[in-house]
Design a protein around this ligand. Structure first.
Ligand SMILES: NC(=O)c1ccc[n+]([C@@H]2O[C@H](COP(=O)([O-])OP(=O)(O)OC[C@H]3O[C@@H](n4cnc5c(N)ncnc54)[C@H](OP(=O)(O)O)[C@@H]3O)[C@@H](O)[C@H]2O)c1
Length: 238
């Protein structure tokens, strides 16, 4: 009898954990239209979380036909398009492209991005992005991205977490992972905080864009998988 119960429990376990997973994604209180430019590791993970939370998404690629399977998988609130269409669609635009492409994105989609909240996850890597990355690491990404994306309501977000934990550790228990944020526009910061929570993480507003350098590549908090409390302590935030 005991072994029968154990077998039954083992058989039901995958079903119960699946049900728990689905139920664990709360629907957002504030559905938004989000355009994603760069639907790779970072953009793809966020698309998954925000689609589950009930946001309307346009995920984009320079080859949008390659995203159709992903869009179908994510559900009816997700459509595909080009980067320009993503910039036009979103009230919020998530930018997750190789950092070297940021100036071109800012130039080419300036009209579509004007006055929009842009969350920028890019990190400069000299080996991938060339000379500009060396200079931008020195001056800090908050300052650099603001120059590349003028006229936007820029927030530095999701740059200090690796794609693995971003994809797999949403709604982590007992404590969620923290996501440091920097922005000059307080309303844009609030929107970013909401989207971090909807994705299953704890927002940690650090300050103005000039402070984004405190969680750039090479800092003690960069991709360390810290909780919000650990981040606040390390960054000296009350
Ligand atoms: N991976 C990580 O763990 C991680 C963590 C934190 C931050 N970051 C930073 O976040 C950014 C994205 O990283 P990722 O790992 O997600 O990169 P990825 O997997 O290579 O995805 C980048 C996406 O950007 C798109 N793209 C490239 N150039 C573009 C352009 N000129 N215009 C529009 N779209 C363009 C590509 O899509 P198409 O080719 O289909 O157009 C690609 O899917 C990088 O700056 C990275 O340093 C990465």
């Amino acid at each position: 009898m005991k072994s029968l119960l154990v077998t039954l429990f083992a058989a039901l376990l995958p079903l119960t954990s699946l049900a728990a997973d689905t139920a664990a994604v709360p629907k957002t209180a504030h559905p938004m239209k989000i355009g994603i430019i760069g639907t790779g590791e970072i953009g793809g993970a966020l698309a998954r979380h925000w689609a589950a939370a009930g946001h309307q998404l346009l995920i984009s690629s320079r080859h949008p036909e390659q995203l159709q399977a992903l869009a179908r998988e994510l559900g009816p609130n997700v459509q595909t398009g080009t980067p320009r269409e993503a910039a036009a669609f979103g009230d919020v635009v998530m930018l997750a492209v190789p950092y070297g492409s940021t100036p071109q994105v800012g130039r080419d989609y300036a009209a579509e991005l004007k006055c929009k909240v842009v969350l920028d996850a890019g990190n400069p890597y000299p080996s991938r992005d060339g000379e500009m990355a060396v200079r931008d690491r020195q001056r800090g990404t908050g300052v650099a991205s603001a120059e590349y994306l003028p006229g936007t309501r820029l927030v530095r977000a999701f740059n200090a977490i690796n794609s693995g934990p971003l994809e797999r550790q949403a709604f982590e228990k007992p404590e969620r992972l923290g996501i440091p944020l920097a922005a000059d526009d307080p309303a844009a910061m609030k929107i970013a905080e909401q989207l971090v929570s909807d994705a299953g993480f704890d927002p940690v507003p650090v300050g103005k864009l000039s402070r984004a350098r405190e969680f750039d590549y090479g800092t003690p908090v960069y991709v360390r998988g810290m909780t919000a409390a650990e981040l606040r302590k390390a960054l000296g935030i009350k």
